[in-house]
Design a protein around this ligand. Structure first.
Ligand code: ACO
Length: 435
């Protein structure tokens, strides 16, 4: 990749010695100036300290742009609102992977390739029998995705562009099958094989809800809702799970292992696990009259309680995805006949109360993508423990796009942060008798 240029120059001055180090400013195509500090250790004998990467751009990327202050999210330059309105998940997948929207022929070829790689190896299917029936689906999905590397030795040369493409299509095609199998295992129903004659999201609903003894046809409203949710979750630049995929992949580890690492990182309640936590919280709150009590708890630093689905590291304004999902909630619940969904009513009231409260206003804490998504998943009949898995299916596209971008960059290096060491100074070993 080429390095963007900027006229700006900064200087780091060591006040004790007066030594000056010039710091280059890098200008991206959009977004704030980024200071190139990579020369500081060599020039200055010092590292920079940035716990939680609050101020650090870990890489150069052309995939997704976020303006957190304005609440803007672009995939390859296209506003997510426009993609949600006009596109489909697989078209967005193509866009994220390739950089541009596909032509008709490219779209057909890509969709067909995904459609005809949906089955998983029978031996891989048997892995599920080793899990207890109440295993969390995220545990099963991350383990089975990691195990895929044991099945595809033939095409795992990360430096071969065709191998990378085969991997991309395989994982995007098969992850719904793996997710649905985890679900079927948890409810004790027979595994339902994918259908290649229906589209991506209809097929997923078929694998989730079809049973061998009855005919099943996915509700087109539900399939479109899922497709829309997947578009909104497909990528989000260098979030915790994507950074995990990049870091694991930067070692040259096989891509299935890297994606599995991303799935594990997504599981946490501060990240993708929040959609599950939001519904648990809404049920805990229970009634509108209890909202003030829980809002007070969320503000109390002595309590561990936080408003799940509120706040975001990057957005200091409305998460644009939350706005779309809230609107979707109204439409999907109405279309599916769930007009008086009590959890949705509670969520709307909670948002209203929090957004009038100085604690949330002053900290710029707004509803994030996960605040409303669980309500739609519930309306579609998807159980709570599967919510984060649904997120993982969509985000797989973003993870793959970032992994591809990183591996195909000739300047790629292993990700290896340093630290501020605050442990014991050098000391001599003391034998156990003398301690
Ligand atoms: N409820 C109550 N207070 C909150 C919340 C919340 N949900 N989120 C942040 N705060 C407060 C913090 O206590 C802190 O207050 P202080 O300045 O008085 O100490 C301040 O707001 C800043 O919060 P940080 O935790 O420092 O912000 P950070 O960027 O590290 O964390 C995060 C962002 C993890 C998303 C946080 O807002 C959170 O825990 N939210 C709830 C979980 C959630 O919804 N996660 C999903 C995020 S979206 C996604 O990953 C797909």
């Amino acid at each position: 990749m080429s390095t963007p240029s900027s006229e700006q120059r900064y200087q780091l001055v060591d006040s004790s010695t007066g030594k000056k180090t010039e710091i280059k400013a890098l200008a991206g195509t959009m977004g704030p100036t980024v200071l190139d500090i990579s020369g500081i250790p060599k020039d200055h004998g010092a590292f920079t300290f940035d716990p939680g990467f609050m101020a650090t751009a870990s890489c150069e990327s052309r995939i997704t742009f976020i303006d957190g202050e304005k609440g803007v999210l672009l995939y390859r330059g296209y506003p997510v609102e426009q993609l949600a309105e006009n596109s489909s998940f697989l078209e967005v997948a193509y866009l994220l992977l390739h950089g541009d929207l596909p032509s008709q022929q490219q779209q057909e070829e890509f969709t067909n390739s995904i459609r005809y790689h949906t089955m998983i190896n029978e031996a891989l299917l048997r892995f599920f029998n080793g899990f207890h029936y109440n295993a969390h689906p995220m545990a099963m999905v991350s383990a089975v995705v990691a195990s895929m590397s044991a099945f595809y030795h033939d095409s795992m040369d990360i430096h071969n562009a065709r191998h990378r493409e085969i991997f991309a299509h395989r994982i995007i095609a098969k992850i719904p099958t793996i997710a649905a199998t985890a679900f079927k295992h948890s409810v004790g129903q027979p595994v339902i094989y994918p259908r290649n004659d229906i589209d991506y999201c209809a097929n997923m609903l078929h694998m989730f809800f079809s049973v061998p003894c009855e005919a099943y046809k996915a509700d087109p409203v539900a399939a479109r809702a899922l497709d829309l949710l997947f578009i909104l979750h497909a990528d989000h630049e260098q979030n915790a799970s994507t950074s995990t995929v990049r870091l694991a992949g930067s070692t040259g580890a096989n891509p299935y292992a890297a994606i599995s690492a991303g799935i594990s990182a997504l599981w946490g309640p501060a990240h993708g696990g929040a959609n599950e936590a939001v519904l648990t919280m809404l049920e805990q709150i229970g009634r509108v009259e209890n909202i003030p009590k829980y809002v007070e708890m969320a503000k109390d630093k002595d309590s561990n309680f936080r408003l799940m689905g509120f706040g975001h590291r990057v957005y200091k304004n409305f998460d644009p995805r939350a706005k779309i999902i809230r609107k979707m909630c109204h439409e999907v619940l109405a279309q599916m006949g769930h007009t008086d969904n009590p959890l949705f009513e509670l969520a709307l009231r909670l948002e209203e109360v929090a957004l009038k409260d100085d604690y949330f206003v002053s900290r710029k804490l707004y509803p994030n993508v996960d605040f409303y998504s669980g309500i739609i998943y519930s309306a579609l009949g998807i159980p709570r423990s599967m919510f984060t898995v649904m997120f993982a299916i969509a985000r797989t596209v973003g993870w793959v796009a970032h992994w591809q971008e990183m591996i195909s960059d000739p300047g790629m290096r292993i990700g290896r942060p340093r630290q501020l060491y605050t442990g014991a100074q050098t000391r001599d070993y003391v034998g156990i008798d003398e301690r």
